[in-house]
Design a protein around this ligand. Sequence first.
Ligand code: GRF
Length: 194
Amino acid sequence: MKRIAVFASGEGSNFEAIVAACERGEIAARTVLVVCDRSGARVVEHAAAHGVECFVFSPKKYASKADYERELVARLDDARVELVCLAGYMRILSEVLLAAYGGRIINIHPSLLPAFKGAHALEQAVAYGVKVYGATIHWVDASLDGGKIIAQRAFEYDGDDVEEVTQRMHRIEHALYTETIGRLVGTDPEKRGE
Ligand code: GRF
């Protein structure tokens, strides 16, 4: 059983999908830690509901990014985390986290990278009028959404309703992220009832 941490800043629907996939044996792992940089975020409630330890921090209370990342590395070390899954964590990682956990951090991004990097990928894709959307899972390095791609999945959408495309994106993301993590860490045939 691998030990996973999820970093999130918002809703936490990908966190929920990962926990559920672990329970179903589609991922042979346990989510042992959630890291969140916004105290009011829904993911904090979701973590509590699943009994997953949640470290909530306020970046502003630290003198620098290096300072809070040193704290995050200590939390990851304490929880003996083997894979970090970024899921809506809206911060670029610095050398502190990358030196300690580089090669063990993945991210999900709501575009077919390298198109539409950054925080507003979906809105930008809708404004651009694209007809094929998609999600990307990639290794995390110091660049903005620029690490080596692990998996991508596309879907067609011919409309301009950001809300609607966001819902469709989430369904694709949940399937793609859980399948990809399952490929990386293995599955649990016994729990899957095989
Ligand atoms: C997802 O769309 C992910 O691709 C992006 O942020 C969103 C997080 O959603 N990086 P949630 O918090 O998992 O619901």
